[in-house]
Design a protein around this ligand. Structure first.
Ligand SMILES: [Zn+2]
Length: 807
């Protein structure tokens, strides 16, 4: 991505700013300046235990200068060690994968210095011995300065925002241990009662998992460990903190000039408990120049608010600090003014790429927190805005265009596309949905590139009439067809969407589509036909290109109508969207194309990419979410969350399919799920509960009506069975046939249960499900059955519809 090297000059907004410029928060300033102040605690065989972390320290703790009467950290110099004993087998497995030691049972390492942040460790150590005053130790000071340099230059995470929260929001003690181990790469060991993702070292939405090990390393880095407290896992009970702010409405008044965006956002929100410091998510490419707040209501009186946002090249995580604790449950408005040049990127000939789609406006949580929106854009007259929701205004005023878009029911995230657009609209009677396809009428750089490659390829082939060119308008029709097919399929399987209009807009990124509520961003390559793809040598991307349209439109249900609770539930968005793409393939290409879709998915799941040291299936279960992507196999996340996630839903569909009622039971389950969780977030457990309500007899392997067996095998497990069959038949006369043989399951755990369907084939592509056989563990079961059939069969076989994911 191209970045502007020019510093931002905010003269205009400063001159016209109606409020007094807020001073920096003094507590933050003091915290930020706090270094070892000479107080030390000598530790001898001092043991510090917090959840699954066990530290032993021999040496000196050099305390940071206190702020507001509390010590928020210390430098340790001496002999130290730690052990992390994972609370679950999933996390033990994840540690084994990340560390590269497959036999690993716990992480044990030694260090001779460390930086501890938060009040937890110092408060505990003070009980072991009172601090002794002295002059600051040079080694401790330099260790601290090194840490601060790292926070700003490498981590780009402002840990002081979390420390300020701990002090001013009166949080339970936080523990962060920065250790440079002797065996493992540098790591942060975190125990945060609000959830370890609150320290913002990782974008993971961990749903309150308090304990985390985040490793900082060029190749091996990542979240090695993340789990709830061991005590909570064992008792099955836990506390999840309510968010600090629940946003209800955003009013974004934005001005675009060239590639610069400047804006003022007013967020209306309900305050949670004990809020003085409120972290704000906004891209570091946008510099905040002003912040103020007011109680919600007509004619607000704005009070300046201190804000935190360090230099964008350093640790720019933003936050605001209210002058006093907000009243919990009360409604407020927060107004932030900001500007920057990197949210939009010029893509040539009047087109722009929106590069910061999730945090181009200050927010307190997209995707998990729903709100209504009003987006008001002032742009040069020749450009158009395509926003989320409905366009309520689009007028020209002098050289400017003013466009207003409103989302009147709560959505998870707001966004827009921007440039010169040609709009093509079509209302589909069948689905009741209108599609607006926006294409770029000019020649954006990417089309110039594509045509350059096409011309070069034609020349190589001797030129001539096959010299083909693409233009953006010709690409609209295929997007329209994808959209209509997907919404028809979605309506039939999942029920109707709240919004009856969807915009599909072109974007310049090659291999990347994205879906916002009512607004889909589609890559140009998705619209190229087979001949052009072939000429460009893009056949390897055929599956992506075939399915990306349906996948992105399907996110209107999965991801937007129904959100996901945590990163462990991400398959409910990505896997379900991918499943939908499979069903759309079936609507356009029949059962053979559907079957082919799952054969490709199966290969993808079982594959071991060339650069990987573990196969996709061994990278972990679906429930590890994005953490499946490790240095051992970076692509495993896609294969498992997208493909295997989709396959799990397909397996439920096939198990619930019956020759008489078809997909009725499955559709009822999906519609129930989509409507029950519309506007909410769902976890895997939530989906399992709905599935149990609708499960057909074929899925009831246990007497308790539960589907624990299915979800623990497929969502929380990694085993994939190998299935083999040997089935013969003899004609018994009178239309009766005797089937004999056996079915074998292998390569699974002892309790792994599979319902193996048996099909009878009358011709190559004509088959009917006859029944099924339950296999548990590694076993061979005999088949001996006599059946009456309407005509002479060709053969009997298992798993004809990829009913069960198998090797
Ligand atoms: Zn997706």
């Amino acid at each position: 991505m191209r970045r502007s090297a020019l510093p931002l000059v905010l003269v205009v907004s400063l001159l016209f700013s109606p409020v007094v410029f807020a001073a920096a928060d003094p507590t933050y300033t003091a915290l930020r300046a706090s270094r070892p102040d000479g107080r030390t605690i000598t530790l001898t065989n001092y043991v510090f235990d917090r959840d699954v972390l066990h530290f032993t320290l021999n040496g000196k703790l050099h305390l940071l200068a206190p702020v507001e009467g509390k010590t928020s950290g210390a430098v340790f110099i001496g002999q130290g060690s730690y052990e992390l004993k994972p609370a679950t087998n999933y996390e033990r497995r994840q540690l084994a994968i990340n560390s590269g030691d497959d036999k690993l049972t716990s992480i044990v390492d030694q260090f001779d210095s460390a930086v501890f942040l938060g009040t937890a460790l110092v408060a505990a150590a003070e009980k072991a011995g009172a601090p002794v005053a002295g002059t600051p130790d040079q080694a401790a000071l330099s260790r601290w300065d090194n840490y601060m340099k790292r926070q700003r230059k490498d981590l780009h995470t402002n840990m002081h925002v979390r420390l300020l929260q701990e002090l001013l929001n009166k949080d339970e003690p936080v523990f962060v241990g920065w250790v440079d181990g002797k065996k493992y790469p540098p790591a942060a060991l975190i125990v945060d009662p609000r959830g370890a993702d609150d320290v913002r070292l990782t974008p993971l939405n961990s749903g309150g998992e308090q304990t985390m090990m985040v490793v900082i390393h060029d190749t091996r880095g990542g979240v090695w460990y993340s789990a709830r407290y061991k005590s909570e896992i064992e008792s099955g009970k836990g506390t999840v903190y309510a968010p600090l702010a629940d946003a209800e409405h955003y009013f974004i008044d934005a001005n675009i000039k060239g590639a610069e965006l400047s804006a003022t956002t007013v967020m209306t929100f309900v305050a949670g408990a004990n809020v003085r410091v409120l972290p704000i998510d906004i891209t570091s490419s946008l510099a905040i120049s002003d912040a103020s707040f007011a109680p919600a209501g007509e004619n607000p009186t704005w009070t300046p608010v201190a804000f935190i946002q360090e230099e964008k090249k350093e640790d720019p995580d933003a936050a605001v600090v209210f002058p006093a604790t907000l009243t919990a449950g009360q409604r407020y408005q927060l107004k932030l003014t900001y500007a920057g040049r990197e949210v939009l990127e010029n893509a040539g000939d009047g087109n722009f790429t929106i590069t910061r789609r999730q945090n181009w406006y200050p927010n307190v949580g997209t995707f998990t927190d729903m709100a209504t929106y009003e987006l008001r854009f002032t742009t040069p007259q020749k450009f158009e805005i395509v926003g989320v929701g409905e366009q309520v205004e689009n007028r020209v005023e002098g050289d400017s265009r003013i466009a207003v878009w409103k989302a009147t029911h709560p959505i998870r995230v707001a966004g827009f596309n921007y440039g010169k657009f040609k709009k093509m609209s079509q209302s589909d009677k069948d689905s009741g949905t209108t599609f607006d396809v926006y294409t770029n009428p000019g020649t954006p750089d990417i089309i110039t590139q594509i045509n350059y490659y096409l011309a070069a390829a034609a020349e190589e082939n001797g030129g001539g009439p096959e010299n083909i060119k693409v233009n953006t308008a010709s690409l609209a029709q295929s997007a329209m067809a994808d959209g209509i097919n997907t919404v028809r399929t979605g309506n039939m399987f999942f029920g109707p969407l709240a919004d009856k209009r969807v915009a599909i807009t072109q974007q310049s990124q090659w291999f990347f589509g994205q879906s916002w509520p009512t607004l889909v961003y589609m890559p140009y390559v998705a619209f190229l036909n087979g001949t052009i793809r072939n000429t460009l040598g893009l056949n390897g991307a055929k599956d992506f290109i075939d399915n990306v349209g349906a996948h992105e439109v399907a996110h209107q249900w999965w991801g937007h109508q129904v959100g996901t609770k945590t990163y462990r539930d991400e398959w409910i968005s990505e896997g379900f969207a991918e499943f939908t793409a499979g069903v759309v393939a079936q609507q356009t290409g029949g059962w053979p194309r559907y079957n082919d879709f799952w054969e490709k998915a199966r290969h993808n799941i079982l594959d071991k990419p060339r650069a990987a040291t573990i196969s996709n299936q061994d990278a972990g279960p679906i429930s590890q979410g994005i953490r499946l992507a490790t240095w051992r196999n970076p692509g495993a996340y896609d294969s498992i969350v997208y493909s295997k996630g989709a396959y799990v839903l397909h397996m439920l569909r096939m198990a619930m399919y019956d020759n008489k009622n078809g997909d009725t039971a499955f559709m009822e389950m999906m519609k129930d799920f989509a409507s029950t969780y519309a506007g909410k977030t769902a976890s895997t457990q939530d989906f399992q509960t709905i599935a149990e309500k609708h499960a057909t007899q074929s899925l009831h392997l246990t007497q308790d009506g539960k589907l624990d067996w299915f979800f623990s095998e497929w969502v929380y497990g990694t085993d994939i069975p190998k299935l083999a069959s040997k089935l013969d038949f003899t004609d018994s006369g009178n239309g009766r046939y005797k089937v004999t043989g056996s079915i074998t399951q292998s390569e699974v755990g002892d309790n792994f249960a599979t319902v193996v369907p048996i099909y009878v084939y009358f011709e190559k592509n004509s088959f009917v499900k006859l029944g099924s056989l339950v296999l548990v563990g590694n076993t061979t079961k005999p088949v001996e059955v006599e059946v009456a059939l309407p005509k002479k069969p060709v053969k009997f076989a298992i798993n004809a519809m990829h009913d069960v994911l198998a090797k």
